[in-house]
Design a protein around this ligand. Structure first.
Ligand SMILES: [Fe+2]
Length: 283
């Protein structure tokens, strides 16, 4: 097994493992260390079932179930991120379900609108378009370290409000059901957090963050947008071009991600997602 860095600040490929095999505890310890160091791990050519994916994901921690009222899940551990309806047909881009998925094109950390966010996710590529549809990942750790000292001091005690509605409003109004909205009230999080396993500090920004607590909305948005632009500079970003049977594991605390466009009218794109629960004590 070899962990090969893809970019200096983010992403590594893990080579020489077969994820359909049983994986020893020591190897999982190495995977976890590699994840904390690189934020994104890529495993190529892994033809796995949902059951394999759940078993592999559990090696990284406790799994979070999908929210039953979320269109991508049914309350079980595997969510389906795709442009298909339940019959396997392509959903027209103007359909509300398609617009809902458009919000994935905004930089975000999965579930940061929840009081206890999500720790990380695993995506398994089942069907990918011949071009486009890449997922981009941006470090939240290296950009914090690179901030000028006065900026770090200015933001160290700030908190931001993260809301699902704020993210979806950037795509189109009234995208989410009142039931889903009721299940997902806004949440406040520190702008800078320490990562428990490494002691490193990470920013938490992204499309769910719409206000800085105690600041006028406009002033807060300017700061949040500025920090987001800082984190998503090209040298902090890894762009993953999907191939079928890729598995990508990412730590939500250490990076943001976003989907990118492809010819959705023509090509199917299906990723199966499992999600790791955050240890509440470390929030
Ligand atoms: Fe996401």
């Amino acid at each position: 097994m070899e962990v090969r860095a893809i970019k200096e600040y983010i992403a590594a490929e893990v080579i020489g493992v077969d994820l359909t095999d049983a994986i020893e505890a020591e190897m999982f310890a190495e995977f976890r260390m590699a994840l904390y160091r690189h934020a994104v791990l890529v495993f190529r050519d892994q033809e796995i079932t949902d059951k394999d994916q759940v078993r592999f994901s559990e090696g990284f921690g406790r799994l979070e179930m999908t929210i039953p009222s979320d269109p991508i899940g049914d309350g079980g551990p595997v969510g389906v991120v795709s442009n298909l309806d339940s019959q396997g047909e392509i959903i027209p881009p103007s359909d509300a379900r398609s617009l809902y998925m458009q919000a994935n094109r905004l930089w975000h950390s999965d579930g940061s609108f929840r009081r206890v966010p999500l720790k990380g996710s695993l995506l398994a590529a089942k069907c990918v378009p011949p071009s486009g549809g890449a997922t981009e990942f941006a470090s939240l750790v290296a950009p914090y370290a690179a901030l000028p000292a006065n900026r770090k001091k200015e933001i160290e005690l700030l908190r931001a409000v993260h809301s699902l509605a704020y993210s979806r409003e950037q795509v189109a109004p009234n995208l989410i059901s009142s039931e889903f909205l009721r299940d997902t009230p806004p949440a406040e999080h520190p702008l800078v957090r320490e990562v428990s396993e490494t002691g490193e500090k990470a920013l938490l920004v992204g499309s769910y963050a719409g206000n800085v607590v105690g600041w006028p909305t406009a002033k807060g948005r300017i700061l949040l947008e500025e920090l987001l632009a800082w984190c998503t500079q090209p040298h902090f970003v890894y762009r993953h071009e999907w191939q079928v049977h890729d598995i990508v594991v990412y730590d939500n605390r250490l990076c943001l991600h976003r989907g990118t466009a492809w010819d959705e009218n023509k090509y199917k794109r299906v990723l199966h997602r499992t999600t790791l629960a955050w240890d509440e004590a470390s929030v």
